[in-house]
Every structure is written in structure tokens, then in C-alpha cells.
Design a protein around this ligand. Structure first.
Ligand SMILES: Cc1ncc(C[n+]2csc(CCOP(=O)(O)OP(=O)(O)O)c2C)c(N)n1
Ligand SMILES: [Mg+2]
Length: 552
């Protein structure tokens, strides 16, 4: 059996049913193996897309994603996708081609030190040295994706190693379900008791449910936790949608107030990174508890009163159970606190509502994201890819179901949108996929709209088109003044609706706010990959842009 067929056998054993790829002579034997194993091959137009799609596939399915790219430029093109998966804690395997071992360092076509390049942005990066080791090392790479918080692995397979054949009995072919164990840990039992004590006594607790709540598929445990103990919850990243929008414990706009006024703040599965002001946004008076899969994240950038390393679901369930065993779990005493937060939330919502309903022309971005929020159903997976326009949507769009929110994560990578659509619609053909793009973001990976057409992966795409890289433009205006604010940030007036139609999809241009909803409905009806190109006001900027670290 050849190396490419051994790769496919190992992917199959891991449960991977698709690879995302862009072809090259170094890797074609893997395709041939995929044919034998019944693994789908989705071929894209840029390797960045393949890598982001593998990341997206992992997020949606809970299985590791796999991208296969050729040596040299194929692998360098995929670097951004791997880096994004690292910061987003997404388990994926990138397989890169490599020149033949027999020509090692002789200057073969597309030869580069891939492993050295990938080492700092993966959990594991290695060369496969011999054909009989191919399947073995692929499973090793998958195993490594799951230590601590999940993340990417990289393998390069030299061309002669991939193409050579070995007798089957010489190769180790790991059996499905027999080459790796669950890494889920329930935390230190003594600390679970301590946290139960803290919650029972807290008058003003709150919890932030981060991305790992989805990674750990801890939705049910989180819901039981907040309801049983009556703890108001905020969500971020992939944790959005854990609670449905109208849930009494679901809060969003009162977060700053809660973090300033709570007596107990429980951070679940999200780091104290820039999104959290490195932990400085939490009241210094509050008791702070952090739960995370990765020991390196707990207590990083900010002291915590209690840290628990473990799986969000197992830890929250254990705490709920421990607190429920107390004479009084304190939940009724927290009614006033919930009402206080709800009042802050409602006031903030009402203050902004007129903007969301604005009829102004050019279209106010708030109106666009409001229409999208109203348009989403519990079956809609929402993807955001852009600058300011996505900042607006982060404040207004609320996914209706768990796992139905996808953003790049803390690498802030523009261009994830089309590949995430590809992964989500492939993995969940039953779900509706809705994606909002900035015009700048879309143009990074937009050619792969054609791949969505080719593989019949319909979705509803919306471009918030301000003919600019507006988030950056705003910063430039603030820093250098209006007169010097139009440098390096101006895009053409591109009719993306036409672009969609040219590639075989559905497309429309929208200039009037009243036309947004009907256009979205028509895109839904079309059953095609679609782009509704909404011309938004380029002179309206998202609040919060100024708070970004880069302008400070
Ligand atoms: C790959 C990548 N390149 C550059 C940036 C820096 N950046 C952040 S926001 C932004 C503007 C994006 O423009 P657009 O998608 O049109 O959204 P807008 O701000 O105009 O709404 C840029 C260039 C980035 N985050 N990622
Ligand atoms: Mg823009």
C-alpha cells in the first residue's frame, strides 16, 4: 500500500469524511487513497481557504478537520488558516507535501523548511520519515491536537515517502477508537467544592460562557448551572447561543456593568486576552474564578481567586451538583441582582433601538445587522467576517441555537467567511448558513464562492459594502485627521451581487433599507449560494473601534 492510501486509512479511522485541498503533484496519492476510503475531496482556489475550512469543520462537527496542500507555496498559503486555528483552539491537521527525501536540501521544486515554519503555530509539527510510519504519525498528530485546549497539527510527507509502497503487515494502521483516549477532566474535586461554596454565598454572581463551552459541548451543563443556581450569563465567541436570546439568564449588553458590580465572576473557557481587556475590566473587588481546558490560560494576565483546569461541561455539572447538595444554594437571594442587570440590559437595548430601525439612506449599518438578526431562525448558523460591519453585528445579532455562531476568534483573521460557509454547509446540509462579510474581508477569499457553487453548498451571503476597509480608515482619521484618512484603505464600488451571478449564484444590490428583508428572503428562496450586496453608509463607524488596542 502506498503512503497516500495509508493517509486516507488513518483519516478514516479518525472519522474524518472530507479533506479540503488545492492540488499539487506532491500530494495526489492522498486523493487516490481518499477515493478508496470514500473520503470526499473538496478542492478550493486558495490554500488559506482549505485551512480555514478544516478549522470550521472541526468547530461544527467536533471532529478534527483536515486540509491537504502541496509543498512550498501551497503550505505557506495555508499558514494563516493554521494560525487562526491555533488562537481559536480548533483541532485540525494540515498535511503538506514535500520534496523527495532523496533530494533533501538539494533545491527541489517547492522545497521549504515547512516544519520549522509551522512549529510555533501548531501543537505538533513533524516530517513523516518512512512510508510504513504514515498512518501511525497521522494518528499521532490527531492525538496531539487534543492535549489541553485543542489546536492544529502539521505533517509534511516527502514525495517519495508518500508514493512508495510497503507491505501492509509492515505498516501500523491504527484501529478506529483504539489510538487515543478522552482528555476530558473534571477538575480537582476540592476546588469544585470551593467553587460551590463561593456560589452559594454570592449575592451578585455572573458567569461568562466562552468558546470552550461549545468546544466541550457543554451547553446542557451550562444551562443547568445557570438555571439551578440562578446565575446571569454572558457569552462570547463560539459560546454564543448557549442560551437562547429570550432566556431569562441570557444577557449581553449589561456585561460591563456586571463585571464592575458583581461579587463573583466565573470565567469559563475564554482567556483574559484583548477581548477581556486582559482581565482589567473585572472589578478588583470581585472574587474571580477561571475554568479552562488549558493550565496555561488560567491566571494568565490577571490573578484569580480560584482556577480550575478541566472540561467546561464536567466542571459545571459537578459544581451544580455540589451546590445543590447545600442546605440553601442561594438562588432566590439573587433575584434582585438579576432584575438589576435586566434593567441595565433593557435600557441599553432601548437606547440603541432607533438606530436599528433607522430608515436613513445610505443605510445605517445598525439597520442591516438588525434585519439579519430578525431573519435568523434557530436553524441558521451565523458567520461574521469583516471589520466594523462585524463589530456592529456582534452587538446586535444573537444566534438562536448553540454552535450557531462562527467568528475567526482572537487572531481576528479577515477571510474566514467563505471557508467557514463551506465547512458549515458541508457538515450540516440540513442547516441554513448565513454569512455577513465586510467588502474588504470578502475580497480576501471571495473567489471560493465558485467552489460553493461547484459543490452545491447554498447559503445566504450579505456584504456590508462601504467601499472601504472602514475599521482601519476610522483609526486613521482619528489619528491623522480627515485630510489624511483615505490612505491605503479605499476599495472600489464593487457590485458583489453581479459577482455572485457571474459565478453561478444568486445576487442582488440593495440601497434602500426597506429592501433588505425582501432581498434576504429571495436569497433564501433561491437555494443557491448568494450575495446580497448592501450599500451601507461609509461614514458611520462602530462604537468600540476606538477602544481597540491598536489605537491606544
Ligand atoms: C487578514 C487580515 N488583514 C488585515 C486585517 C486588518 N483589518 C482589520 S479590520 C480591517 C478592515 C476590514 O474591512 P471590511 O471587511 O470591509 O469591513 P469594514 O471595517 O469596512 O466594515 C482590516 C484590513 C485583518 N484583521 N486580517
Ligand atoms: Mg468595508
Amino acid at each position: 500500500m502506498s503512503g497516500g492510501h495509508l493517509v486516507a486509512k488513518a483519516l478514516k479511522a479518525e472519522g474524518v469524511d472530507v479533506i479540503f485541498t488545492l492540488c499539487g503533484g506532491h500530494i495526489i496519492d492522498i486523493y487516490d487513497g481518499c477515493v478508496d476510503e470514500g473520503i470526499d475531496v473538496i478542492d478550493v482556489r486558495h490554500e488559506q481557504v482549505a485551512a480555514h475550512a478544516a478549522d470550521g469543520y472541526a468547530r461544527v462537527t467536533g471532529k478534527p478537520g483536515c486540509a491537504v496542500v502541496t509543498a512550498g507555496p501551497g503550505t505557506t498559503d495555508a499558514v494563516t488558516g493554521v494560525a487562526n486555528a491555533l488562537r481559536a483552539e480548533s483541532p485540525m491537521l494540515l498535511i503538506g507535501g514535500q520534496g523527495a527525501l532523496t533530494q533533501h536540501k538539494m533545491g527541489s521544486l517547492q522545497d521549504l523548511p515547512h516544519v520549522d515554519m509551522m512549529a510555533p503555530i501548531t501543537k505538533f509539527a513533524a516530517t513523516v520519515p518512512a512510508t510504513e510510519r504514515v498512518a501511525d504519525i497521522v494518528t499521532m498528530a490527531f492525538r496531539e491536537c487534543y492535549h489541553g485546549a485543542p489546536g492544529p497539527s502539521f505533517l509534511e510527507i516527502p514525495r517519495d515517502v508518500l508514493d512508495a509502497k510497503v507491505p501492509l503487515e509492515k505498516a501500523r494502521i491504527p484501529k478506529a477508537g483504539a489510538f487515543r483516549a478522552s482528555t476530558r477532566s473534571a477538575g480537582d474535586p476540592a476546588d469544585i467544592e470551593r467553587l460551590a461554596d463561593l456560589i452559594v454565598k454570592a449575592e451578585k454572581p455572573c458567569v461568562l460562557l466562552g468558546s470552550q463551552v461549545w468546544t466541550c459541548r457543554a451547553t446542557d451543563a451550562a444551562i443547568e448551572f445557570v438555571r439551578t443556581l440562578n446565575v446571569p450569563a454572558f457569552m462570547n465567541g463560539s459560546g454564543r447561543g448557549t442560551l437562547a436570546p429570550k432566556d431569562p439568564h441570557h444577557l449581553q449588553l449589561a456585561r460591563r456593568y456586571a463585571f464592575q458590580n458583581a461579587d463573583l465572576i466565573i470565567i469559563v473557557g475564554t482567556p483574559f486576552d484583548f477581548r477581556m481587556g486582559y482581565g482589567k475590566r473585572l472589578s478588583t473587588e470581585a472574587t474571580v474564578v477561571q475554568i479552562d481546558l488549558d493550565y496555561r490560560t488560567v491566571g494568565k494576565n490577571r490573578d484569580v481567586d480560584l482556577g480550575i483546569v478541566g472540561d467546561a461541561g464536567l466542571v459545571l455539572s459537578a459544581v451544580t451538583q455540589a451546590a445543590s447538595g447545600r442546605v440553601d444554594n442561594g438562588s432566590t437571594g439573587r433575584k434582585a441582582w438579576l432584575e438589576e442587570l435586566r434593567a441595565v440590559e433593557t435600557a441599553a437595548y432601548e437606547k440603541r433601538l432607533p438606530r436599528q430601525l433607522s430608515d436613513s439612506n445610505p443605510i445605517d449599518p445598525y439597520r442591516l445587522v438588525h434585519e439579519i438578526n430578525e431573519f435568523l431562525t434557530p436553524n441558521s448558523i451565523y458567520i461574521g467576517d469583516g471589520g466594523d460591519i462585524v463589530t456592529f453585528s456582534g452587538q446586535v445579532v444573537q444566534p438562536k441555537s448553540p454552535g450557531h455562531w462562527m467568528d475567526p476568534g482572537p487572531l481576528g483573521t479577515l477571510g474566514v467567511g467563505v471557508p467557514f460557509v463551506m465547512a458549515a454547509k458541508y457538515a450540516r446540509p440540513d442547516a441554513e448558513v448565513v454569512a455577513l462579510f465586510g467588502d474588504g474581508a470578502f475580497s480576501l477569499t471571495g473567489w471560493d464562492f465558485e467552489t460553493l457553487v461547484r459543490f452545491n453548498l447554498p447559503f445566504i451571503g450579505i456584504i456590508g459594502n462601504n467601499s472601504s476597509m472602514n475599521q482601519i480608515r476610522y483609526g486613521q482619521i482619528q489619528k491623522y485627521g480627515e485630510g489624511r484618512g483615505r490612505v491605503g484603505n479605499t476599495l472600489g464600488d464593487v457590485p458583489y451581487g453581479e459577482f455572485a451571478r457571474m459565478l453561478g449564484g444568486y445576487g442582488e444590490e440593495v440601497r434602500d433599507p426597506a429592501d433588505i428583508r425582501p432581498a434576504l428572503e429571495r436569497a433564501r428562496e433561491s437555494g443557491k449560494p448568494s450575495l446580497i450586496n448592501v450599500w451601507v453608509d461609509p461614514d458611520v463607524y462602530a462604537p468600540g473601534t476606538m477602544n481597540q488596542t491598536m489605537y491606544k
